[in-house]
Design a protein around this ligand. Sequence first.
Ligand SMILES: O=C1NC[C@H](CO)[C@@H](O)[C@@H]1O
Ligand SMILES: [Ca+2]
Length: 437
Amino acid sequence: GSAAAATDPYAALARASVTEFRSAWDAYRRLAWGRDELRPLTGAGSDFFIPGSTLGLTIVEALDTLYLMELDEELDAGVQWVRDDLVLGQDAPVQVFETIIRLVGGLLSGHLATKDTVLLDRARELADRLLPAFTRSPTGAPYRYVNLATGAVSGKENHLAEIGTCITEFGELSRLTGDRKYYDAAKKALHAVYERRSRLNLLGTGMNVETGAWTGTTATLDPPVDSFYEYLWDGWELYRDEDLRTWYSTLTAAVLEHLTERRSGRLWFRQADMRTGAATGHAQSELTAFYAGLLAQSGRVAEGEAYHASWAAALRSFRLPPESLDYHGMRALDPSYPLRPEYVDSCLFLWLTTGKELYRRRAAEMFRRQKQYCKVVNGYTVVRDVTARPMKLGDLTPAYWFSENAKYYYLLFARARRFDYRSNYLTTEGNVLRGLR
Ligand SMILES: O=C1NC[C@H](CO)[C@@H](O)[C@@H]1O
Ligand SMILES: [Ca+2]
C-alpha cells in the first residue's frame, strides 16, 4: 500500500472492522436472509416487529454501512430485497418509534446513498402508514403502536424517547418530498412534551398521549427518555428551527443544574423528582453514554469529555459495559451487554468534535473487547452476564449492530472515502442523513 498506509496505525483496524462486519453479514445472508434479525448460535432468524412476519430489519439497517464500506454487491442484494420482498401493509401493530428510527431512517439513508427512488417511495409509504399515530392523538404526542394496514392506533401511555425521536427522519422526508406534514407532526410531538415541563424545566419519563397527564414523574437521562434530548439538538442542527434550540437549551440547563452528580471525581447523571429536583436514584444505563457525544456536539465539550471519562473508568471495572450500573458502588444492576453502541457512538463524535486521538484509542479498545468476548462462529452475539467468567452469551445479533457499532468503528479507523468527516449528520440509529459522498 501507499506510504501513508505504512504509517497509519489504524489501517489494520480499518481492515479488521470490515472483516468483522462481514463475518456477521455473511452469517445473516447464509442463515436468516430476509428475516428481521439473526440468532447466530442457533443459526436461525428472528422477528423484531411482528411475530411470524418480517420487515427485513437487518437488511434495511445495513444499507448505508454497506455503502460506506464499498461493499456494493452486498448493497445491491439488499436494495433488491427491499424492491422485491419488503411488504409494508401488514395487518399488525408495530412500535412507531422503532419503525421510524430503524426502517424509515434506514430506507432514507439507503436512498441518499444509492439515489434509488424506490427506497424513498418505501420510506414515504411507511411514514404515511405511521402518521395516524400522530394525527389521531389529541395532544399530538403519538400513540405507541399503529397497525400498518388499518391505521388503528394503540398504546396511549407512551415514553418520551418514543414520543420525541422522529424529527430528523420525518424532517428529511419532508425535505425530500416537499410535504411538511412529516416535520410538523414530529415538531408537534416534541412540543406536547416541552409545554408540560415542570417549573424547574425538568421532564418526566412518560405521558398519556390522550390526556397529556404525566405517567412517570422521575427526571432522568436514562431510557425511556434519552434520545428525546438528542433530537431537539439534532432538529436544530439540521433545520435551524429556533424553537428546537430554545427548547434544547432550556431543558439542558435544567438537566445540568439538577441531575449532575460528581462521585469520586466522576460525572454522572442521577434521577430526581421532576417537580422538586430532589434526588431519587443513582442508576445509570449504558444507553446514556450517548450523552457524552451530544454534550460535546452542542457546545459543552468539557462536560462531554468528563462524562465519557466516567464510562471509560467504568470499562476498567467491567470488561464490557453493563446495561445498567449503580455509580455509587460501581455495581452492575443489569449485567447484560446486548452489543450496545452508545460508548463507541460517543467515541466517534468526541473524536470528530475534539480531534483527540484518545477517543480513537478508546474505540479501538472497545473493538478489541467486543471481538474478544462477543465473536462467535456466525458473527457476533449479545452477552447475558458480563460479570460471569467465562461470560455467559446470548443468541442474537441486534440489527442496530449493523447500523451502528460496525459503522462507527469503520468511520473511526478507515478514513472512509464515501463520508464527509467535516460536515455530516447521523441519526440516533446511526443512519447517515448528511455527509454521504
Ligand atoms: O437510540 C437507540 N437506542 C437503542 C438502540 C441501541 O442501544 C438503538 O436502537 C438506538 O441507538
Ligand atoms: Ca441512539
